[in-house]
Design a protein. Structure first.
Length: 333
């Protein structure tokens, strides 16, 4: 159908218009009554000044330049307006941030392992004086130790004092000990204890990270900047550090104090009624190891049941005797 009497969509050309254009190009001019309206709308046909009933053909490149000019001008103006707005909001953002730089939220919830790791990595990278960490559990996967190695060595090279508390269980895990020996040789300090409450990271006594909502489907943590809370967590770290036992260069050696510490913890938890599974989780050791300790205790005290064992540990004053003499020999020896 010809679009002589029917308008095409704006900026479009119909088949009738395309078919009519070659004739107009050959003849140079055509009668206005025969011309498709889309060719007129696109500026491909223009009335003759001397005879408005006749139309001359305009080269497509010329018609395009004329048709696109207002759109190009509008695009240029829009780009300039965007640049102006971007610069305006950049200046506003700078003023806003400066006004709120001392009002960072005291506690921020972090969700998802990737997000948590990115935030912690940034905080550790910004450490200038001291990094304190408590890491619960036993052995560490090799890939995690590899990532920790480079980060720890880089942190120490910046002059940051790095102290880490692990559980005694890591002393029997060769990859973790190899990591410990390397970072200690670079200047880090590492100690171990029987039990810890949870994972804790403190950067420059200014910001700390703790686990949050262990029952959540995805990993969750809290970033804490409140000076009072951070100060409390520093004291908790120092208290644990003071009672922890230093890891030394005697590779793989578990000193008598460490054995006594683990044994005492097993005995205390038996008295409190904890199951072997719970004891293993809390101490970062295997269930078999817990069973072995319990069996040795039972033989030592002549116990025939778990209930009797707890009673005998409590009534024989075994815990009080060892607690009073931290350096005394292990009752498992």
């Amino acid at each position: 159908m010809s679009c002589v009497n029917v308008a095409c969509p704006a900026g479009d050309i119909c088949e009738a218009g395309l078919a009519f254009l070659p004739r107009a190009a050959r003849e140079g001019q055509v009668a206005a009554v025969d011309a498709p309206r889309c060719l007129l709308a696109l500026g491909l046909l223009q009335p003759l000044a001397t005879n408005p009933d006749q139309l001359s053909v305009v080269p497509p490149s010329t018609a395009a330049a004329v048709a696109l000019r207002p759109h190009q001008r509008a695009a240029s103006e829009a780009t300039a307006q965007m640049n102006t707005l971007n610069e305006t909001f950049r200046r506003v953002e700078a003023v806003y941030n400066a006004a709120h730089q001392d009002r960072v939220p005291d506690v921020v919830s972090l969700h998802g392992l990737a997000t948590i790791n990115r935030v912690i990595d940034a905080a550790v990278a910004g450490c200038t004086t001291e990094l304190m960490t408590i890491q619960p559990g036993g052995s560490r996967p090799p890939e995690i130790l590899d990532a920790l190695m480079s980060r720890s060595l880089e942190t120490i090279r910046r002059g940051v004092r790095q102290r880490t508390i692990y559980q005694h269980a890591v002393r029997s895990h060769r990859p973790t000990l190899e990591y410990a020996m390397r970072v200690m040789a670079a200047g880090a300090e590492i100690r171990t204890v029987d039990r810890v409450i949870d994972r804790l990271i403190i950067c420059d006594r200014r910001v700390s990270f703790i686990s949050a909502d262990d029952n959540a489907e995805e990993a969750a943590a809290l970033e804490i900047r409140n000076p009072g809370v951070v100060g409390f967590l520093v004291k908790a770290f120092e208290h644990t550090w003071d009672r922890a036992i230093a890891v030394n260069a005697s590779y793989g050696f578990r000193p008598e104090d460490v054995l006594t510490d683990i044994e005492l913890s097993v005995a205390r938890m038996i008295v409190s009624g904890s199951t072997e599974d719970k004891i293993a989780r809390n101490l970062g050791i295997g269930r078999r190891t817990v069973a072995e300790y319990a069996s040795r205790l039972a033989r030592h005290l002549g116990s025939r049941s778990r209930a009797q064992l707890g009673y005998l540990i409590a009534t024989h004053g075994l815990l009080e005797e060892v607690d009073a003499e931290p350096g005394s020999a292990s009752f498992m020896s």
